[in-house]
Design a protein around this ligand. Structure first.
Ligand SMILES: NC(=O)c1ccc[n+]([C@@H]2O[C@H](COP(=O)([O-])OP(=O)(O)OC[C@H]3O[C@@H](n4cnc5c(N)ncnc54)[C@H](O)[C@@H]3O)[C@@H](O)[C@H]2O)c1
Length: 327
């Protein structure tokens, strides 16, 4: 499946965070569709180090890249970008980040997500590479409006992504390369398993149901609604972001908010499970988005982005993988 007429064969593509969920899917997109594309994955991979919230400091896992035939570099975007100096990239897909929205280490979050992005923008500029980078719906935080210009981050993760967008805006003004930020909403799909507790609730509820227990939802989950976006549509957005009509920041969602209860109901239907759900108090109140819904009008207009997967279609397409993971 190709999404536009760019021929990536014989192009050199950098995927930072390529051992993670979205990055590894991008790496395989190029390998599968453009066998002559030179794909370079740069990722810190996982060590045993954890944050004070108990989660790993980086989720990259070699198993996400089993079957990958390109080049892999283990490095930290905070200090090892020099390893890239002998390459000449045509496109940079910057996915590496502290992706865990519950991390409280402000210094490291901003260093990793913002400072390193500036270094990568400089590299992109020097090489004449197009930059496509991951922003986030977390930039909207407490906002009730989900279009560019209405940001109100409520955690340092969302703040760091907004600072990336501000930085990108400065470079867009002064630079010749094309720069596109993609504000992903809640992404789910293949190769997210190694995000552990930060994997999507689609996977987590699926695992709960398959292990014979009840789905554990936060109280009021029929009213907690988010824009859940399937990985295939995120890949589509990245590829279309290589030929934007205009550099800038764009939302990547379906445009339709759905509830966490909907996820469980769809999963139960797909898995043929009939079981009473369990409701638990939400420990994240205060730093939690109770409603998100991407305004994708600009993404449609300037990227030609058109989401193809409703929640029902995304889960249907993902369900065999959810079962495979469960074993
Ligand atoms: N998955 C989502 O729902 C979602 C939503 C909004 C934004 N995003 C953003 O999309 C991008 C990809 O997210 P993901 O879901 O694939 O998460 P992920 O954690 O699976 O991928 C991030 C990758 O970056 C690597 N990494 C972390 N710190 C690094 C460092 N210092 N140097 C080099 N590599 C480092 C990790 O090892 C990991 O492989 C991230 O920028 C994330 O913030 C994701």
């Amino acid at each position: 499946m190709t999404y536009n007429d760019i021929d990536f064969d014989n192009k050199t593509v950098l995927v930072t965070g390529g051992a993670g969920f979205i990055g590894s899917n991008l790496a395989f997109y190029f390998q599968n569709n453009f066998p002559e594309c030179n794909v370079v994955v740069f990722d810190k991979f996982r060590s045993e180090e954890t944050f004070s919230n108990g989660n790993l400091k980086s989720f990259g896992h070699f198993k996400n890249l089993i079957g990958f035939k390109g080049e892999v570099i283990s490095g930290d975007i905070n200090c090892d970008l020099g390893l890239l100096k002998n390459y000449k990239f045509d496109y940079i897909f910057h996915q590496a980040a502290i992706s865990d929205t519950t991390v409280g280490d402000q210094a490291l979050m901003i260093q990793t997500n913002v400072n390193a992005f500036k270094d990568l923008l400089d590299i992109a500029e020097q090489m004449g590479a197009n930059m496509i980078y991951a922003s986030s719906a977390a930039t909207y935080g407490d906002s009730e409006i989900f279009s560019i210009g209405h940001e109100q981050p409520n955690n340092v993760y969302g703040f760091s992504k907004l600072m990336m967008d501000n930085l990108a805006a400065k470079y867009i003004k002064k630079s010749d390369i094309s720069i596109v930020g993609l504000r992903y909403f809640n992404v789910y799909g293949k190769r997210e398993f190694f995000k552990n507790k930060t994997a999507s609730m689609v996977l987590q509820f699926g695992q709960q149901l398959l292990s014979g227990s009840s789905a554990k939802l936060f109280e009021g989950s029929d009213k907690i609604r988010r824009d859940f976006i399937y990985i295939e549509d995120v890949i589509q957005a990245n590829i279309k972001a290589c030929t934007p009509q205009k550099s800038g920041v764009y939302n990547v969602g379906t445009g339709n908010a759905r509830s966490f209860q909907d996820i469980v109901d769809v999963l139960k239907k797909e898995l043929h499970v009939d079981r009473i759900d369990e409701y638990i108090p939400n420990p994240f109140v205060g730093q939690y988005q109770f409603f998100t819904e991407a305004d994708i009008s600009l993404s449609r207009e300037f990227l030609d982005y058109e989401p193809k997967f409703s929640l029902e279609e995304g889960i249907k397409s993902y369900i065999e993988e959810i079962k495979r993971i469960h074993g």
